[in-house]
Design a protein around this ligand. Structure first.
Ligand SMILES: [Zn+2]
Length: 405
């Protein structure tokens, strides 16, 4: 596919254009198979470039969003809990058990259909890669079943690319409340054994009401011993040991980070841990937002993601995340766009997504706007006009008179 007539192209390859986003004007992108093969001025498209063509009509083309933190596989609905919270009740980690009960009761077909619907929804708002965590099963059988459902999504070329994470240490399930250490033993033993073959990452929820630092450390070390990369839910609901634990174990990403001490920021900086911020979780719980500017000033790589889950952030919409990051966390539109694309790629330790240079995966979003600034400037407006996923147009109609690839 050839996309030409691009008014503004965000490459996220600084060596290819202007500023940290590597901006090019009046540009074109050529994809060969699922990879970008050429990027440059529209007037210089190489002869014999493969068709079909998509005319961007002067609009803005960005790399597909990389949503590096979601809990996509679950059943049930917690809108009543949301309404109660909006009426003044505080959020507690225990609400997760409600979703665990619904998820265990659902059939595999139901879980698959629901996750597919959410993945399609994410794609429609421009997400081309999505991390998906388990964590609503919390038995060996149910966690393995969630990772099986996740692997089915991963097999679908018409849905975002899936990066699977094992999150057995999400909360202590009701049947283990009297024996949380016994549950940790189960997670780091038989549950990890059953789940690791279908996962790329191991995660844990380090929080009062979930797991303490010692329990999380044991789970993460066991995950690493199974060859999994590490990530951690850290410092969401209050100050805690999570950020420093993420640094200690060499996690690729620490997520949430709403309550950080200066020592936490130093630890993340020194260890090169990506900070994944999830502003819709704060939006949906009426909580203070993390201090993204402070992390950026310290030299931490900041990624933005949805945290899609039925309790605290029931959205798949990365443009909303970008708008909140700009308005509520003080990021510039350029920083927010970078965090939602290249930042997400860094949080997943992927070099071939989140950018549009030769050799990168041809995951691209055509905005119904002249620039990416409109993602925050026009909040709530569906600006995703077309999505190219691995070189194929999967969302959106090309402008009149242009052949649909
Ligand atoms: Zn989460």
């Amino acid at each position: 596919v050839v996309v030409d007539g691009i008014g503004l192209l965000v490459t996220n390859r600084p060596e290819m254009g202007e500023g940290p986003l590597g901006l090019l004007r009046d540009a074109a992108v050529v994809a060969d198979g699922d990879r970008v093969s050429w990027v440059g001025p529209a007037s210089q498209i190489p002869g014999g470039a493969p068709g079909p063509r998509l005319d961007a009509g002067g609009r803005c083309l960005i790399p597909g969003f990389v949503d590096s933190h979601t809990h996509l596989v679950f059943a049930g609905d917690r809108s009543d809990e949301f309404a109660a919270r909006m009426a003044g009740l505080p959020y507690r980690a225990g609400g997760i058990s409600t979703t665990v009960a619904s998820t265990r009761a659902a059939t595999e077909a139901e879980l698959t259909a629901r996750a597919e619907r959410l993945a399609r929804e994410a794609l429609a708002s421009g997400t081309t890669t999505i991390e998906v965590k388990s964590g609503y099963g919390l038995t060996v059988f149910d966690e393995a079943r969630i990772l099986l459902v996740t692997s089915r999504l991963a097999d679908r070329p018409d849905l975002p690319s899936v990066d699977p994470t094992f999150l057995g240490a999400h909360v202590v399930p009701p049947e283990h409340l009297q024996d949380p250490d016994g549950y940790v033993e189960l997670v780091r033993g038989p549950m990890l054994e059953a789940c690791a073959p279908r996962a790329r990452w191991c995660d844990a929820f380090c929080e009062r009401g979930a797991f303490d630092a010692d329990q999380c450390r044991e789970v993460l070390r066991a995950g690493a011993a199974h060859g999994l990369g590490l990530r951690l839910h850290a410092n969401q609901l209050g100050p805690g040991p999570g950020a420093q634990l993420a640094a200690e174990v060499g996690a690729t990403s620490a997520d949430h980070l709403t309550h950080l001490s200066p020592a936490d920021v130093d630890a993340l900086t020194q260890a090169g841990v990506v900070a994944t911020l999830l502003p819709v979780a704060e939006f949906s719980t009426r909580s203070p937002y993390p201090d993204a500017r402070r992390l950026l000033a310290a030299g931490v790589v900041v990624a933005l993601a949805t945290d899609c889950n039925p309790g605290t952030s029931y959205t798949t919409c990365m443009p909303l995340v970008v708008a909140l990051a700009v308005r509520e966390m003080g990021l510039t539109p350029d920083q927010a766009l970078w965090g939602a694309t290249a930042g997400g790629a860094a949080a997943l330790d992927r070099q071939d997504i989140g950018a549009l240079g030769p050799g990168d995966r041809a995951d691209m979003v055509l905005l119904e706007a002249p620039s990416h600034i409109h993602l925050a400037y026009r909040p709530g407006v569906p600006l995703v006009g077309a999505v190219v996923l691995g070189g194929s147009l999967v969302v959106g109609q090309p402008p009149a008179g242009v052949a649909r690839p």
